[in-house]
Design a binder for this molecule. Structure first.
Ligand code: BTN
Length: 281
């Protein structure tokens, strides 16, 4: 298997699947999410880099991506006018939670169908695998959105909705990494598809399968999407999380119709977590 991705092969796979993205391949960049933000244009965009020198994680953390054994890429979807590219209603700020969910389902479905590996989802969108020594992170997802106020005036009322102009979904998937590829500070918490199964995988095939799934899932209804997500969501685990500035402990119970996590505290009270992250304890 080649050391580098073949951009022509990726372009032709995208074309064969009618995946209409402007495609950019880079040997190295700081961050594909940062690149996607400054590239403007009408078309949807896919940027892939062999390595990133300043890969971004959630909450200002960094994401280690300085080896060409993983997949580091960003999908940018532009929403113009009142409808999305496919004529579906332009998403509003209320839809923002669904993009990380779409990404987590796209990756886990692709990994299952091409590698036969069943990843679990740690809410909202870390993909983990549990092999003897506890859960290890295989994939991280960072979603960013640009939001604009759009006023709609009807004969009876005037409304100002926060509409999404574009979303950027950055995915870092550890594919053919060996344990020696990871720096010491994440050696115990990270793993890769190769470490799990002792096999190497075709990164171009995985990338295009993920983009294909993502594109299809953008257009399914939220009920179907959440049903797919729930199949892999880790529940009934002991967690801690911050709520109104307080650190609370409880059990993750499931998600509601908006994709928010429901946690049950020791006293039986249920709390809905809309954003942020949870820790397993
Ligand atoms: C996380 O685990 O906190 C999210 C990690 C997201 C990493 C990906 S790699 C491709 C894209 N570019 C970035 O700078 N970050 C995302």
């Amino acid at each position: 298997m080649s050391r580098f991705l073949n951009p022509r092969e990726i372009s032709s796979r995208l074309q064969k699947n009618n995946l209409n993205y402007d495609f950019i391949y880079k040997k190295s960049t700081e961050s594909t999410n940062a690149d996607a933000k400054i590239i403007t244009g009408k078309n949807n965009l896919l940027i892939v880099a062999e390595t990133q020198t300043a890969g971004k994680g959630r909450y200002g953390r960094s994401f280690y991506s300085q080896t060409n054994n993983g997949l580091y890429f960003t999908i940018k979807i532009n929403f113009f006018g009142v409808s999305g590219a496919s004529g579906t209603p332009r998403p509003t700020i209320n839809d923002i939670n669904f993009f990380p969910i779409i990404a987590a389902v796209s990756v886990s479905q692709a990994v299952y169908s091409l590698c036969n590996i069943d990843l679990s989802i740690k809410w909202p969108n870390d993909l983990l695998y549990n092999k003897n020594s506890g859960y290890k992170k295989i994939c991280g997802i960072l979603t960013e959105a640009s939001v604009s106020s759009v006023s709609s005036v009807s004969s009876v009322s005037s409304n100002s909705a926060q509409n999404i102009s574009y979303i950027i979904v950055g995915i870092g998937l550890n594919v053919n990494n060996s344990i020696s590829d990871f720096p010491d500070n994440i050696k115990n918490t990270a793993s890769s598809l190769k470490i799990i199964s002792n096999k190497k995988y075709d990164r171009a095939a995985l990338l295009c399968e993920i983009v294909n799934n993502f594109t299809l899932l953008l257009n399914i209804n939220h009920t179907q999407l959440l049903a797919e997500y729930k199949k892999r969501l880790l529940t009934d685990t002991n967690i801690s999380f911050t709520h109104n500035g307080e650190i609370l402990k409880g059990k993750s119970v499931g998600i509601n119709e908006n994709g928010n996590l429901i946690a049950r505290l020791e006293n039986g009270e249920e709390i809905t977590i809309q954003s942020g992250e949870i820790n397993f304890i």
